[in-house]
Every structure is written in C-alpha cells, then in structure tokens.
Ligand binder design. Structure first.
Ligand SMILES: O=c1ccc(O)c[nH]1
Length: 345
C-alpha cells in the first residue's frame, strides 16, 4: 500500500528538523517532469509548518533523447541547470535546496555548494522515503566509519566468487551519505546510509567478479551469471561473461568515451532499513535503487565520473554496482566480512 500524506509530512518534518531549517529561511524545491507530486506536496506543507519560505523552481528536462533510460542517474553531468544562470542564482540564494529532480554529478551542484548552499536529493518513491527516514544514529554510524576510511591507505575487496581488488586511498574526500544536510556546503541524499570515497588516480587493480544476485544500476538488474571486471591502473580494462556482460559493455560503449571505464566511488552500505530484495518489487523506472546502494554489508563500487570529488572526469555514464558477500578491509582491517557489517568496525 502507498504511504499517506500524513506519514510523508511527518517524515519531511523529521528531515527538515535534522537539516536545522529555521523559520524565515528560504527553501527552493527543485522539480522537473517526473518529480513525485506527493513528495512535493508534503515537502511544501512541512516547510511552511517550519515557518520557512517554500519556493518552487520547475525546470525543463534535458538529455531525454540521449539517455537510454529515464532514470536521472543514467545520464549525469549536464542537467537543466547547465547554461541556466537564472536558475543557478536562485538556488545559490536559497538557504536549502530540496532536489526532487537530480543534480548529482553536475558542475552547477558544486557551484551552489561552494557558495555555502545545502542540497538534499530526494527522488525515491514516498514509501521508500518514509521507510528510511534519516536519524541521528544513521549520521553517527556513517561518520564513525568515515574516520576509519579517512585514516586508511588501502581498501581491499575479496569474495568467494573470486573478487580480489585493491585501491589506494587518500587523494579524494569522503562521500558521507546519511540523509540530511545539517551544515552549509553539504550535499546528501535521502534515503541513504553509506560511505564511499574515490580511489587514487590509476590505483584500482585486480579483479571484481559479479556473482548472481549482485546488482547493476541504472540497469536495475540482478546479475544471474558471473561477470568478471579486470581492473588495471584505475580503469576497467575488460568485462567478461555471458549476455549480461555483453549488455553492460554495449551500454558503456554507446557513450563512446574512454572515461566511462574509470573506477569511480568505492565504499560500503550500512543502512539496516534498506533491503536487497526491494528492487525486485519495483518497476524499473519507479525507483533509482537506493535500497541496494545503501543496504548494510554491501560493497558498492562504481564507474565513470569523479568530478563530484573534485576530479576532472565528468563522463555522462555512471554505473553503480552494489555487491553481496564481499569482505572489505581497510589496511587489512575488515569493515565488512562476507557481506556483513563488522560491528564497531
Ligand atoms: O546517493 C547516491 C546515488 C548514486 C551515487 O552514485 C552516489 N550517491
């Protein structure tokens, strides 16, 4: 069953409290075609209840005929804000931007954050939002893990399926996602509950073997047969397997951009209210797949852009690959063991 407006307003109320929204501040709700009407309606009510100003900025969609999917994460980098100075200025002048459209991996997002703006992405279905309404515990868990990741020099991931890959760390910032934006300059995504960073340029090495049940996003598919990705000097040099490997390669080749094979963010999920099986219950276009990205004990790696971290790669092709059953270590200390979070890691 769907969630009611009452439940979603309550969830927005909790999120806006965690975002420290104050009366009199200005919130801009960023929407486009495809933004969820119930999410928008309930957000406005919760913002007004806080005594804040609720503005709307509705932009025309872009890249629809270029992307193979209407999932907003299937074609990143240019957005309806690109070359849209009036819109960027309105968002920079706002105390809080609630992004119901998806700006992720865009230069404009960076400009808004660098100006001290706060951006919270919220495009999952209302039922997913309510189920994973963020908490301070989520924040504490992610930040505690982030301290470990910040101190680490090498991340290694292994699995029974044959994965054995390593990544040098230290050159890039943390991607700490706990679902609310409590400080100027911060971006976050509701729902989330995971931690990542980017491997040092050219350092990703080894072999990642996707096993049945591992997930490809934005394909929204559970892999049914092994796909082996050979990593060398920071790039996926070969993708081997059956038709699913062909499908992945066909998609990546369609961008005609060598940067699509670069290893992007790497990390692990720690959200115990996210579940592996959820993606199988939703139509492909109904969700962007935050359950598998955030579920506790996954290893989440990705390919493509690193501009989000201050890098120069802004390729439009971004693949997120959450995996089960992996062991993730930081300088040989496990933070995930056989697909389960190591408590107090
Ligand atoms: O929240 C997100 C979603 C996608 C992604 O690649 C990173 N973080």
């Amino acid at each position: 069953m769907p969630v009611s407006d009452f439940e979603l307003v309550q969830a927005w109320r909790q999120v806006l409290t965690l975002c420290r929204l104050e009366a009199g501040q200005t919130v801009t709700l960023l929407t486009s075609l495809g933004s969820n009407e119930q999410t928008l309606r309930c957000a406005v009510l919760a913002v007004r209840e806080k005594g804040a100003i609720a503005n709307r900025l509705d932009l025309q969609p872009t890249n629809g005929a270029l992307s193979f999917s209407r999932d907003p994460l299937a074609f990143v980098g240019t957005t309806p804000l690109t070359n849209n100075r009036a819109a960027v200025e309105m968002l920079k002048a706002s105390d809080l931007v609630l992004d119901l459209m998806t700006l992720l991996f865009s230069a404009e997002q960076h400009e808004i954050l660098a100006a001290g703006g706060r951006i919270l992405l919220a495009v999952e279905p209302p039922e997913v939002l309510v189920r994973m309404t963020p908490t301070m515990e989520d924040r504490e868990r992610v930040l505690a893990a982030s301290k470990k990741l910040q101190a680490a020099k090498v991340m290694r991931v292994t699995s029974a399926a044959g994965t054995d890959a390593s990544f040098a760390l230290g050159d890039y910032p943390m991607l700490e996602e706990y679902g609310f934006v409590d400080a100027p300059g911060r971006w976050d995504h509701w729902p989330s509950g995971f931690l990542a960073t980017w491997s040092n340029e050219g350092s990703a090495e080894g072999k990642i073997v996707l096993a049945p049940g591992d997930i490809l996003l934005p394909q929204k598919s559970y892999v049914t047969a092994p796909i082996t990705c050979h990593l060398e000097k920071g790039f996926v040099r070969a993708i081997e397997g059956g038709y699913e490997a062909d499908h992945l390669r066909d998609y990546m080749e369609s961008f005609n951009d060598p940067e699509v094979y670069a290893v992007s963010h790497i990390g692990w999920g720690m959200q115990d209210r996210a579940h592996w099986s959820v993606m199988g219950f939703y139509d492909r276009e109904a969700s962007i797949g935050m359950d598998p990205r955030a579920c506790s004990g996954n290893f989440l790696w990705s390919t493509g852009p690193n501009n989000e971290a201050g890098g120069t790669r802004d390729t439009a092709c971004h693949i997120d690959i959450p995996m089960r059953g992996c062991t993730v270590t930081l300088d040989d200390v496990p933070v995930v063991k056989d697909g389960r979070l190591v408590e107090n890691a």
